[in-house]
Design a protein around this ligand. Structure first.
Ligand SMILES: Nc1ncnc2c1ncn2[C@@H]1O[C@H](COP(=O)(O)OP(=O)(O)OP(=O)(O)O)[C@@H](O)[C@H]1O
Ligand SMILES: [Mg+2]
Length: 240
């Protein structure tokens, strides 16, 4: 499933073009997103208040509030995508970034009848990243991998490799795979094949990885599975 160098270069250039286009739309949308959040908070408050007085409204309160929260989350995700906020970078070992994420998602995987297999993550070289943002990247990618698995008995493998100057963190699933002609589209905002999906997960991941001088690569085969590889510059141990 390896990509050759030229394919990889083309993939990265295509993604770059798409994200440059997005930043213009993103800037416009960020203003609008801010404006949506304030009235949303007010409506949420009034619904809760009114539900105290009205039995008929009370029965719909949870649904209305949950839907408003969903819109709020969507707006937050979109704002994150559009914002150029400064990142708080520090040196972290891969294991330190991933341990909480894995605990969080392992339980979820088990409940669904799947398995998250953690192979080696003990790379002695640290990466220089914004930990919180990076945890978000891994949650997004591992969650996508879980979503792609068959009904039961799927596996997501997480492992780490390093070469001369990069650390590669791989998330490999044996799920449904992504058709070749969709491999570029998955990084576009709002591209989703899920009923409840926003299609913002991967564009956010892409942006965060880029903010940390990294690259995301994806290889996939229908019916076999998908591997996402996040590559980050290696920090020297002496600096750690
Ligand atoms: N590991 C994977 N296996 C198969 N398809 C994938 C995988 N990861 C992503 N995809 C495809 O890429 C699409 C876009 O993913 P993205 O994370 O951006 O949005 P989403 O998962 O659909 O929505 P959300 O992240 O809001 O739940 C998915 O809908 C799915 O079709
Ligand atoms: Mg997703």
């Amino acid at each position: 499933m390896a990509l050759d160098k030229q394919q990889y270069k083309n993939q990265q250039e295509d993604m770059k073009k798409r994200m440059e286009g997005l930043s213009v739309i993103g800037q416009l949308a960020a203003g609008l997103a801010h404006e949506i959040r304030n009235p949303l908070t007010a409506v949420r408050g009034f619904i809760q208040l009114s539900a105290k007085e009205s039995e008929s409204l009370k029965q719909w309160e949870n649904i209305i509030v949950a839907e408003l929260d969903r819109v709020n989350q969507l707006v937050n995700d979109f704002l994150h995508l559009a914002q150029n906020r400064p990142v708080a970078k520090k040196e972290w070992l891969v294991q330190q970034v991933l341990e909480d994420v894995i605990i969080l998602l392992q339980t979820k995987a088990l409940l669904l009848g799947h398995e998250i297999q953690v192979e080696t993550l003990d790379c002695k070289y640290p990466i220089y990243v914004d930990k919180q943002q990076f945890q978000q990247v891994f949650i997004n990618i591992i969650q996508n991998a879980l979503d792609a698995l068959p009904k039961e008995g799927g596996t997501v493998k997480i492992y780490c490799r390093d070469d001369l100057d990069h650390i590669h963190i791989c998330i490999e699933d044996n799920g449904q795979g992504i058709p070749k002609d969709k491999l570029k589209q998955i990084f576009e905002p709002f591209y989703t094949t899920k009923e409840e999906g926003t299609g913002l997960g991967l564009p956010i991941c892409y942006r965060i990885v880029k903010e940390n001088q990294g690259e995301i690569q994806v290889t996939s085969e229908i019916g076999v599975g998908t591997t996402f590889t996040i590559s980050l510059p290696k920090q020297r141990v002496e600096e750690y």
